[in-house]
Structure formats: structure tokens, C-alpha cells
Design a protein around this ligand. Structure first.
Ligand code: ATP
Ligand code: MG
Length: 595
């Protein structure tokens, strides 16, 4: 081996050591270009990549400069992209598909008088060679060029060494190109996935919308049907009532009066259930002791369940207080027990259970609840269970599998609305022929537990406040007449108004009004709350009371429709007699709705 050969091996060895140690792609290109310059003894060197025909830069089929050594900035700029027709060694190599050597640009006829020659001159370049970089399958990937400041013809030996370096450079470029293609694929994959997801979501939304419309249709249909029946009973009773009065058959009138009243109270229950389902019922949550509540209900449950059904109550010791509207909870549990009874025509067992439940951040989502402390109530039966195709529908309003007249299909939907509005949740589990369990989760009451309120029955009777003046604001004419007569019967003096503006006018004309009783939803720009606010401007300290069928508030100064006339009159009397009551605002009427 000659000393030159030994020197070559040494050089190649040091180059491969330098290349192996480098991870950064850019730095690798730099090292390759440096190696090319040192192999060829050139003052300048460049490495280029061949852009694919569909390159996003718009330079498809051209050579793009990856890195350079020794070139002044104008030259870097000039040769940033090199076209197939370019007058340079790389243009030539690109056209020929093989190495090109130009030993003196000044002697190359084709370039004489061109911009390119000027650029070579300005950069101080006189000679150049370009070696193609080819993949192992023979595809052209890029170029490696070296440039000399003097006329120069590289030796065979130098060119052989360059070929070896070109092999390494080509491998590196191939890897880079493959990685780039993969990255692009991933990018478009992500794009394709998100596009497809968006399409699916849109389809799902459409489906939800149509399901919603179906539910609304079902709701209005069911509602119209049930209300028609009830209105039929009421108007029929009234018609017969007026006939009997005309015929002076007064002994029969009681029968029709009670028929009409019973239909009206069934209608009231129906609207209550609907309001519960739509989560707009008036809730008065308080600290509730579940063992006492369940104990208080057990007799009623047993009575409705009948002798063939055993009712058990299991309460954990040291049960927390629940924060819930007690009477609505009783209502919900009764509904669940009725469902359980209906599912066990041949008898069986109902188990009411209550336990404390703390849900961590990890557990809570499984119950569709926020993390926190809950009371878990369950009603389990050993009945017929629910068929898998029925199960997804049981919470839908008016969904019932019971014969006509036996179920409204509002029981579970009301419980659902109630649970949601209370800040809790309801779930149902069922296996056909084995039974059903309904889980009700209710928030724990935190803080002090108030003393139980005095039993209304035991409270001393409140004296009538005869002669007091009441301003009654209600837009529904019939309702206003009925309420007004009820109050007048109690000995009160009643002023009537159909909207807020009329009410304020009346209030300005007299200073002796003792109580403002107003509907919340009023025609015109002013609702009941706003009227009350303005009314105190006219008569400071005026007592107020609201009546409403559609409000997310509660308190002593709010009476929810439908109510009995007796309840209305007593509430008015109670407020008139209580010196601590004054003007109420929306804020006073504690907002109870969580959802
Ligand atoms: N414990 C249960 N066992 C078997 N099926 C049940 C049970 N609870 C509910 N279901 C099914 O769910 C349906 C809907 O129940 P939901 O309480 O909403 O209405 P309903 O009981 O049919 O009518 P309503 O409650 O107005 O009397 C029932 O018709 C029944 O098919
Ligand atoms: Mg039911």
C-alpha cells in the first residue's frame, strides 16, 4: 500500500468517525460538505437535494441548496434553487444524470456573457465539479459540488474518494427524505382523521336533533292526550253542574264539583311531573335525614305494595344528611316503589337502601357526577326486569309499557329531572326475569343542620288582617277574578292590575297598599321582579309576594302554581301578619336550581 493510499484511508476513516458521531441532520450536512472540500482541496463546497415534482415550494424538479461552505451570501441567494437549464456544473450534472467537471468557467463557451458567469466571478469561483447523490436503487436524490478559485481538474483519486463520500451522503439524504415523507403522511393522516371525526360528529348531531324532535313530538302528543282527558272531565262536570243548577237538582251538584276538582288536581300533578322533568320545578332543598324519611314512608310503601310484597329498608350507620327537597324525594321514592310493585304481579321483595358514597376524581366520571360526597339511595326489586330494547327508553317522557290508563310514562322522567336539578344523578340496572335496581345519588348536606320547622298543624292560627289593602297583579283575567274574590271573602280590599305599568300607576295614586301580590310572568317590558323593585321606589318597604308556575326560585314570598285557593289565602294572611316581611327581590327568593 502506498503512502497516498494510506493517507486516503486515514482521511476516509476520520470522515466516517466525524459523521458517525453526529446526530443533528444539519450538522451532518455541514460535515459532509467540509469533508468534500478537504478531499478535493477546494475553497467552496455545496450539497443540494432534488425536489420532488410536486414539491410544495413550487420548485419541483429543481435542486435546493441544503448547505454550503465558503460561498458569499449573494451566491447562496443566487444558487438557492438550481434549474435543469442552469449554466453551472450542477445544472450540467442534472441534465446528464452523471458527474460534471468544469475545469475553467472562463473557457466554457456556453456560459460566456451570462449572469451565471458574472456570479461565479463575483464569488471568486473559477472551476467546479458536481457528483450526483443516488439512492441504492439508483434514484437521483441530490448533488454534492466543490468549487475552486483557480482553474482546476480534480484527479481520478480525488474523484474516487468523492464517490465514497457521495455514498454516505446519499444514504443520509435518503433517510431524510423518507422521514419527511412519513411526517407528511402523519400530518395528512391527522388531518384525515379530524376531517372524518368532524363528519361523524355532524352526523351524530343530526341524529340527536332528530331524536330531540321525536322526543318533543312524543312529549306534546302525550301531553295533549292527557290534558284533553282531564279538561274533558272538568268541562263535562261544569256543564252537568250548570244543568243540575238550572233543574234545581242541587243535591247532585257536589258530585260534579268533586269530579272537576279531582281532575284539576290530577292535571296539577301532571304539570308538576312535567316541570320536574324539565328541571324547572321549585325545589326547596334542606338537610334531610334519610333514615327518618325512609322510616316515615315505609308504611305507605307497604300499603301501596300490597301483602304479596315484602318491603325492607337498609340504612348504613352514621349516614350523612342529604341536601335535597324532602317531599320531592318522597315522591320520587314512591314512584320507584310503584314501578317495583307493578313489576312483581306475583309478589316479591322491594329493598330500599341508603349509604354514604365519596367519589374521587377517578370514580366520579363513571357515575356522571362531579367528585364529592353523595348519598346513594337504591330501590331494588325482584320483578320481571326490563327488556334490553326497552331499557334505553325508560327515562323518556311518556314512555310506558303499561296498558292505556295505567301509566303516564312520566315517573322515571320526573325522577331524572329531579335528580339532575338536585345536583345528583339517577341510573337504572336491570336484568330480565331477575329484577331491577334504581340508583339515586344525592349531594351530601354540608354545614349546620337547622332545627326542624314547627309543624304547620301545631302552629298557632294566624288572625285575619281584615281591611288591609292588597294590590293584585295578574294578567290572566279569570285567575285574577278568582284570586280577587278569594281575598275579598277574607275581608281584604283588593286593587287589580293586568300588568306592571297599570300596577305602578295604581300604587302612585294611593299610599295605603299593604301587600303587592304579583304574577312573575307579566305582559309588557316589566316582569314581576322588576315591578317589585320599582314599587319600592314608589312605596318604600312595601311587602311583596309572587305567584308563579314557572320559576326557579323558592321562599315564603313565592307561591308556586297550581295552588289551592285556601293555600293562597293563608299565605297572604301569613305575610300580612308578619312584621319581619318586607319587599322581596329575586335574590331573596333563593335560587334553587343547579342545572
Ligand atoms: N322496576 C321496574 N321493573 C320493570 N320495568 C320498569 C321498572 N321501572 C320502570 N320500568 C319500565 O319503564 C317504563 C317507564 O317507567 P315510568 O315510571 O317512567 O312510567 P310508568 O311507570 O309506565 O308510568 P307512571 O310512572 O306514570 O305510572 C315502565 O313502563 C316500565 O316498562
Ligand atoms: Mg312509574
Amino acid at each position: 500500500m502506498t503512502t497516498t493510499e494510506l493517507a486516503d484511508i486515514d482521511l476516509l476513516h476520520s470522515i466516517s468517525v466525524a459523521l458517525i458521531g453526529e446526530q443533528d441532520r444539519r450538522a451532518l450536512y455541514d460535515k459532509i460538505v467540509d469533508a468534500a472540500a478537504s478531499i478535493t482541496g477546494s475553497q467552496f463546497a455545496t450539497m443540494q437535494v432534488l425536489c420532488s415534482p410536486d414539491h410544495p415550494s413550487g420548485h419541483g424538479g429543481q435542486l435546493q441548496l441544503l448547505c454550503s461552505r465558503g460561498l458569499p451570501p449573494e451566491a447562496v441567494q443566487f444558487w438557492q434553487w438550481v434549474h435543469r437549464d442552469a449554466l453551472s456544473s450542477c445544472g450540467l450534472a442534472l441534465r446528464r444524470g452523471e458527474r460534471a467537471v468544469i475545469s475553467d468557467f472562463e473557457q466554457w463557451d456556453e456560459i460566456t456573457g451570462t449572469e451565471e458567469l458574472l456570479c461565479f466571478r463575483n464569488a471568486g469561483i473559477r472551476a467546479a465539479q458536481t457528483t450526483p447523490l443516488q439512492s441504492r436503487s439508483g434514484q437521483l436524490l441530490g448533488m454534492i459540488s466543490t468549487h475552486w478559485s483557480q482553474p482546476h481538474q480534480p484527479s481520478e483519486r480525488v474523484l474516487r474518494l468523492l464517490d465514497i463520500l457521495a455514498r454516505t451522503a446519499a444514504d443520509l439524504l435518503e433517510r431524510t427524505i423518507a422521514e419527511e415523507a412519513l411526517r407528511k403522511l402523519n400530518e395528512t393522516l391527522e388531518q384525515r382523521v379530524s376531517q372524518r371525526t368532524a363528519e361523524l360528529m355532524a352526523a351524530e348531531e343530526q341524529l340527536r336533533q332528530s331524536q330531540k324532535m321525536e322526543a318533543v313530538g312524543q312529549l306534546t302528543g302525550g301531553l295533549a292526550h292527557d290534558f284533553n282527558n282531564l279538561l274533558g272531565s272538568i268541562s263535562g262536570s261544569l256543564e252537568l253542574l250548570s244543568h243540575r243548577i238550572q233543574q234545581s237538582r242541587l243535591e247532585e251538584v257536589d258530585k260534579y264539583i268533586s269530579a272537576a276538582r279531582s281532575a284539576a288536581s290530577r292535571a296539577a300533578i301532571l304539570t308538576h311531573r312535567l316541570l320536574a322533568f324539565s328541571r324547572r320545578q321549585t325545589l326547596e332543598p334542606k338537610a334531610v335525614e334519610l333514615p327518618a324519611l325512609l322510616h316515615g314512608m315505609s308504611e305507605l310503601v307497604q300499603r301501596t305494595a300490597g301483602p304479596g310484597i315484602r318491603v325492607d329498608t337498609l340504612c348504613d350507620v352514621a349516614l350523612w344528611h342529604a341536601f335535597v327537597d324532602a317531599s320531592q324525594l318522597e315522591n320520587a321514592l314512591l314512584n320507584l316503589c310503584n314501578n317495583a310493585r307493578d313489576a312483581m304481579p306475583g309478589g316479591g321483595q322491594i329493598t330500599l337502601a341508603a349509604r354514604n358514597l365519596s367519589l374521587t376524581v377517578h370514580e366520579a366520571p363513571h357515575h356522571d357526577l362531579a367528585p364529592g360526597q353523595y348519598l346513594h339511595l337504591s330501590v331494588t326489586d325482584t320483578g320481571v326486569g326490563i327488556a334490553p330494547e326497552v331499557l334505553p327508553h325508560v327515562f323518556e317522557p311518556f314512555y310506558t309499557t303499561k296498558p292505556v290508563g295505567q301509566g303516564t310514562g312520566l315517573g322515571l322522567s320526573m325522577i331524572y329531572g329531579f335528580a339532575q336539578q338536585s345536583g345528583g344523578q339517577v341510573k337504572i340496572h336491570s336484568k330480565q326475569d331477575e329484577g331491577t335496581r334504581v340508583d339515586l345519588y344525592l349531594p351530601r348536606h354540608c354545614g349546620e343542620v337547622a332545627e326542624p320547622e314547627q309543624d304547620a298543624a301545631k302552629a298557632p292560627a294566624i288572625e285575619l288582617q281584615r281591611g288591609k289593602v292588597i294590590l293584585l297583579v295578574e294578567d290572566e283575567h279569570t285567575m285574577r277574578i278568582i284570586l280577587s274574590e278569594t281575598l275579598e271573602e277574607q275581608g281584604y280590599q283588593v286593587l287589580q292590575a293586568g300588568d306592571g305599568v297599570a300596577a305602578l300607576e295604581l300604587l302612585r295614586s294611593r299610599a295605603d297598599v299593604d301587600l303587592l301580590v304579583s304574577d312573575v310572568g307579566l305582559p309588557g317590558a316589566m316582569d314581576g321582579w322588576q315591578l317589585a323593585e320599582q314599587a319600592t321606589g314608589v312605596q318604600p318597604g312595601l311587602k311583596t309576594m309572587f305567584i308563579t308556575g314557572y320559576v326557579q326560585a323558592a321562599g315564603r314570598q313565592v307561591l308556586t302554581k297550581p295552588f289551592t285557593l285556601h293555600a293562597f289565602a293563608s299565605r297572604v294572611t301569613e305575610l300580612l301578619a308578619d312584621p319581619s316581611i318586607s319587599q322581596a327581590t329575586r335574590a331573596d327568593a333563593t335560587v334553587m336550581v343547579k342545572s
